[in-house]
Design a protein around this ligand. Structure first.
Ligand SMILES: [Zn+2]
Length: 255
């Protein structure tokens, strides 16, 4: 049975009040990493899930980039990512803390939602900024692998999630739509060699308690980005999945 080995790396971090990501917590500042998942597949080689922040985000002089840095200041990772054998990058969604490192990495094909990128590219500059989409973070040219073109499958034991895209055509990496937080957001269900699985849930939750206790992010966090009712519907599905399969490892991007 094909599998992937998973390691998590820091793609930089920001500091935010704990209350912002879970309203039952206090106002002390906590560190929120921007995780990069490195997935090693026996045939496909190394695949990244997201890239974290990067120098292009730190140095962009566009107004939306300067505004982003002012609202959500961040620190770049101190260690470079291990890119030996990198063959593709899966983009969960197009927020700066997920695609900020793309242009510093080797030019490899990108798996992403074609629909989301098309929609983002056709927005007005104001709406693009509202969606925190900074087009200058994308490489000038790249090979697209649309998630929507991958075989559509039913994930074997992921109810209430019933829809998935089989990225490598062997069941080892399934992209799962996680709507609400950002246009075209997908998580990744990874199958490991011991038969266990990890569900990388991107920004469908910011901390695990959002899922395990259904304790919600602060209201501004729910409203600034994304569609509140859909964010809550996706969180409830993750909560139901966790209740049904408490041993399934769930990994938010910033936990
Ligand atoms: Zn996001």
């Amino acid at each position: 049975m094909p599998y992937v080995d998973l390691t998590l790396h820091s793609g930089g971090h920001c500091r935010e009040r704990a209350w912002f990501v879970d309203r039952t917590r206090g106002f002390a500042k906590i560190t929120l990493p921007a995780l990069v998942a490195a997935l090693r597949h026996p045939k496909a080689g190394l695949i990244f899930f997201d890239t974290g922040y990067g120098p292009h985000l730190a140095n962009s002089t566009s107004f939306p980039a300067r505004l982003y840095r002012r609202l959500l200041p961040f620190t770049l990772a101190s260690e470079p990512l291990p890119t030996d054998g990198l063959s593709a990058i899966v983009v969960s969604h197009f927020h700066p803390d997920h695609i900020g490192g793309l242009r510093s990495l080797p030019a490899v094909p990108l798996y992403h939602s074609r629909e989301a990128l098309h929609q983002l590219r056709t927005l007005s500059p104001y709406q693009r900024a509202r969606h925190a989409f900074l087009p200058e973070l994308l490489p000038p040219s790249f090979t697209s692998r649309a998630i929507e073109d991958c075989p559509r499958v039913t994930p074997p034991d992921l109810a209430p999630f019933t829809e998935a895209y089989d990225l490598l055509h062997d069941g080892s990496l399934l992209a799962i739509p996680l709507p609400g937080h950002a246009l075209g957001q997908h998580g990744l269900l990874c199958r490991h060699r011991d038969g266990s699985e990890t569900f990388l849930v991107a920004d469908a939750a910011w901390v695990l308690t959002n899922i395990t206790h259904l304790s919600l992010p602060a209201e501004p966090a729910l409203r600034i980005l994304g569609h509140r009712p859909t964010i809550l519907a996706t969180l409830k599905k993750l909560h139901a999945l966790h209740r049904r399969r408490p041993t399934l490892r769930l990994v938010p991007s910033h936990a």
